[in-house]
Structures are given as structure tokens and as C-alpha cells.
Design a protein around this ligand. Sequence first.
Ligand code: SF4
Length: 774
Amino acid sequence: MQEATGKVTAVAPDDLLEATLADLQAEARARRARAHGNRVTYSPKVFIPLTMLCRDRCGYCTFAKPPARVRSPYLSPDEVLTVARAGAAAGCHEALFTLGEAPEARYPAARVWLDQQGYGSTVEYLAAMCALVRDETGLLPHANAGALDDTDLARLRPVVASQGMMLETLDADLACHRGSPDKTPQRRLSTLHGAGALAIPFTTGVLVGIGESRAERVRALEAIADAQRLHGHVQEVIVQNFLPKPGTAMHDHPPCPPEELWWTIAVARLVLPPEVHVQAPPNLSDDLRPLLDSGLDDWGGVSPVTVDHVNPERAWPAVHLLREATEAAGGTLAARLTVYPEYALDPERWLDPAMRFSVLDRLDADGLGREDPWCSGGVVAPPTLVDAIPVPGAGSVVAAGRRAGGAVAEVLDGVNLGQEVGEDEIVTLFSARGPEVRAVAEVADQLRRDEVGDVVTWVANRNINYTNVCTFKCRFCAFSKGPLSLNLRGAPYLLELGDITARVAEAEAAGATEVCLQGGIHPSFDGDYYLEVIRAVREASERIHIHGFTALEVTEGARRLGEPLVDYLQRLKEAGLATLPGTAAEILDDDVRAVLCPDKINTEQWLEAHRAAHSIGLRSNVTIMFGSVERPRSWARHLTRTRHLQRETGGFTEFVPLPFVHMAAPIYLQHRARRGPTFRETLLMHAVGRIAYRGWIPNIQASWVKMGGAGAAQALQAGVNDLGGTLMDENISRAAGASHGQLMDEEGFRSLVEPLGRRLEQRTTLYGRVPAPC
Ligand code: SF4
């Protein structure tokens, strides 16, 4: 998006009133870029007009109707749910309740209806319907109930994610508000501040062109800015242009000139604190570009299901048109919740406890709305974010790269010049949306091609999880059982050593070159147990590669024996251990580990275990389990910390992103985690990993168990060159709820790889070639 001219530096009202529109717009764009980058949001919503009766008589309004012109004073609960369910099925996040103000104070029919249904007021009924919609559909209610006192604002807080009321204007003498007791400036301001005192994320705004002056508009915006500085609750300000409507008192009033709307958007951006989002309804303007050029960063609610009941004659633009307009201006479009990220990510302050999980369950890692129903380990196919990226020379790589704008494009430019990405640049890459995702994937794909060519590798292996009994209490772990827990997810077990031997023999007979050994930390284990496991493997096979024992297992094993870790690792190596898996890393950021796995080894201990292994020639890999409670900053720390160790030791063979599978994870079932990463985040983890580890870790692996075949195929176009193992058993992911099977065979891998024009090759654990069978 365009940069500033810097000609408007002050926001004194006189300066604003005297500046040219072009200068205001340029400065507004610059402020938007500094505060919000090039991201423009919208809220996919359904519109629920709970009642069209209203005690006010605003001269511009066609929403309000008398009782004789409506079938019933209020929508029934069934009617509310029918609309909400249609919205949920269409992928909406928000249920926008719009209604007239206190109709029971004017119309006996409304009073009688409420009495018959057992509600004391419209707001009481609204609260009940918000709870119904939240509980039955998962949509997040936003209540637009007009001017409310503190009691009613507080009544709604436990059942909505946010509330709203247009301030409209502070001009008390406008003809359009005569006969509208709820439109006095004092009552509106009192509601605005009441919501702030109650920590309610709040939407407000101004109407443009209803007879107010520019100076009055600036005064209204300044009053909103003051409320924000006092309470911090003004998440967005809507700048809405007046359009005359037939049948209203203002039907012959001229419409708000477009330039007046643009001027007000720009001035709103300059007057309001930078964090406040500025919105203009896209269905009330014929040309979207000047709205973007005036500094907005949000398109408001857009419904795929319902009309705009306040402006029913103006259809919502389709989302793809919003996307095209946004991207043409160098921006990226992102779906948000009704509550903006700044508030959604600080739930203790801004959300009632009854709303927190409903919000969390729809969040992505940036605090925006999940973009699709895909979940790691689930059965829903991923959206297509990259598809058959053409090889360089065909021209489209450059063209697609050019479509990425803003900070992501700047980082990619640096990568293309050979610069190494640091923590901040990695966070920026994870923010990629829309065409930027494809651009990041293309750069990663090129780096993959440069580093390891077009071959895609796999390894024939079997997972052996010798016990699911564990003394640790990792809150994400659906696999482990306490020694006494016989619960619905399965019984505790401990394989006999003979079972391990038998499974290895079976695996080798089936062509496996590797066994992957890991399990819970059984209370009866000491370090000798792991040596016995290696001997049990060797009893079945002298040559099968033993890939086993997490950093936690070897650290615990050494600790329980009272032996230095490196000495213990040396003994494991001499017994036959060949490489270590990178699991137990989860997120290498101790603030996150304190939430996810507080009693497990910390970041430094994980790194130290791998440092020690590398020091005696045992190689290992890096994993990351992402998408539960952490943010992209932690992902970036994980990547840079492991890269740092790789510089020191060179011992990591590959990077394996493991998207969090939420279905049976205790922390999710306790409503304290997200439902795993989105597919965009998952794809980016592979691509950004390729970029971050350039020159250091040559292999990036996709987990087909967690991504499914279709997801892994896209990851192959985003920096991935390895599909991991056939995994003849995969108990851990299945315990967490993953539905992708226990075994992938060579043909399965081939069906993913060959359509991409790549060649499949079986490898050893250490990326050597597997000799063809005689
Ligand atoms: S993740 Fe590992 S250490 Fe943690 S509870 Fe599960 S089995 Fe135990």
C-alpha cells in the first residue's frame, strides 16, 4: 500500500480542516501502514434483525418499522437459530444482532410479546438469543443494541464477544434526530464510556452527511479518541456515509458526496489513536479503491447469507471482490472475528469467562478468524493455497512474487539476496496471507530445489511406543496415561521386551530399515531400561537403524542413574542407538513450556541433550509441535535457537513440523488451547523452516499422519523434500485424535510426488540411498 507524503503532521482541528484531501489521505495511509501493515480485515457474519421495532424516529432510517408492518414484534428463537445455522454452515464467525432501541417503551405489542415470552425487556431477550446462538452454532454474537445503561451492557457481556453503538454525531440539533430520545449525544457518550468501564470490546462510529459539519465530525471523532485513551476498548470506528432512502423523512436529502466520506475516513485515521481500526461499509460505495486510499483497514461485516438489513437496497460485495480490491492496492485480506485480535488475545481483560473458549476455538495464531474448517489430523481436506507452482523460467514465479506486498515482500527480497532471516523477519513471514503465502512458498520451493534438487525421499520404518504410562503431565498429551488411569481413551500398557523383539522382526521382514522408539516415562524405568530396549531390538536384527529416545527420555535415563548425560549417551550408542528423534521439543520457548509441559525438560535442557548427542556423533532432528497456545514469536525463537545449535554442531538432519492435533488433547478438552494451527500456518511452518534453515538443515519433512496426503502434497510445493516414514504403527497421533492411517506405503508416497513432476526415492535414516533389492 502507498506511503505518505508527510505533509500533514499535526492533528489540530484547524489543520485538518485546512489540509487538502490528497495530503490527508497520504498521511492516513502512512499511519495505517505503521500501525496495521498492509492487512485489511473483514468479518464474515450473519445479520440477525431481532426486532425492527424502535422507539426512536431517525429521519434516515428504513430499518425501523411500526408493528403493523412486521409479522411479529420479535424473531422467534427458531427463526434466530435458522439464520445463525445458515451462517455457521457458510463459514461465518459472527452473529450480528441488530435491533431497534427499547421498542417496548413505545409499542404495546412489543411489551405484550415480551411478557408472554417471560422477558422483562428487549435486552433480556437479546441476551437469551445471544447465548442460544453461541451455544447451538458456535457463532460469536455481537450486540448492536443502541444506547444502553451499565446494567444492560453488563447483562450482555457474558453472552457476546463484543458490543457496538454508533455515536453518529455530537450535534444535538440535527433535524434527523428529533423524536429520538436515544440519540442525544449525552446518552450515546454515556454508553460509550459505560462499555469502556466494563471492559467491553466496542465498535462505534460516525454518520457522514446527515446535516452535521466537518468540525462537528472532528469533535465526535475526538470524543471517541478520548474514550479510547481512557478505557482502551474502542476496537473499531465505522465511518458510514448517508444515502437517502425512499419512504424516509430524508428521502430528498442529498447523499453524502464520496469526497466527504474519503475526507472523514482519512481524518478518523489521523484523529484516533493508531491502534483503533477504521472501517467503511463496502456496500455503500461504488468504488472501493478510494476508501483504501483514505486509510481504512477494515471492511466490516460481510454476509454470505443475509442482506444488510439497515441498507437492504445495497448488496454486500462478494468476498472475492473485496480481496481483489484489497490486493490491487497492495494489501492482503484476512477474515477476523467480531472481536479484534488485540482483544481476543487478551481474554482475561476483555472477555467474560463464559465467552473465552468460544472465541479461542475460532482463533488463528494472529488472533484472527480461522480461515477454513481444516484441522491437523482431521478428515476435512485442506484449502488449496499452493498448487503446482511452475518451475522458474516459466515467468510465473516472478509474477506471483510481485503480488506479495508490504513487509513480507521486503523480507523475501532480502532472502532472495541471500540474507539470513532473524527472529523479527521470521515473525513477518508467518504473517503472510493470500498471495503472500504463495510468494513465501515459491521462495521456499526455489531454496529446496537449489539445496536438494527434485528428489522426494521416504524411509521404511516402524514406530514402537513401548509404553503409554508416563509420570509427566504434558497438557497437550493424549497418549500418556497415569499408572492408575484406566480411562475411555485406552488402557495403560507396557510392552514386554519380547514384544519389542517380535515387532522389530516383523518390521524388518516387511522391509523396514528403521525402528523409531519412543514412549512415556514409566515410573519404573531407569536408564538401564533403554539399554534393554536396544538389546531387544538387536536380538531381532543386527542392522536395523535404531532411531530412538527423546531428549526427555535420555535426560531422565541419565538422571535416574546419576550418570553424566554424555556418558550415558555413549553407552546407548555403543549398544546400538544410531540417531535421536527431535520430539519433546514441543515449542522451545520456556514461557510456552510453562503452560504446555511445566514439569518437562526446559529449552536449554532439550538443546543440551542434542548438543551432547551431536558431540559423540549421534545425529538427531528438530521437531516443533505448534498451534496450541503459542504465537508466531515463539515459533521464530524455536527456529533461531535450533539454528544456532546447528551452527555449533551440524548434527541435525531434518526439520519436522508437527501440527498440534487437538481432538483428544487434554489442554483442548479443558478449553485452554486452540484447535491446532490453520492450514495456512501449517504450510508456512514448512516454508519458513526451509527459509530459516537455509544452508544449515537441508531436509524439511512433512508429516502425512497429521497433514493428510492432500496437505503433504501442498507442503511438497513449499520447501519440503521428505515425507518421513511409512510408520507401521503410529499410536501417538492416533491417541490425539488424528484420523490419517497407521501406514503409508511406497505407492501412496508415489501418488503424492509424481503428479508434481518430482522423483520418489527411498532413503536411509541418514539420507543415504537404500540399495535396490536383489
Ligand atoms: S508428551 Fe511424553 S513426557 Fe509428556 S506426558 Fe506425553 S508421553 Fe509423557
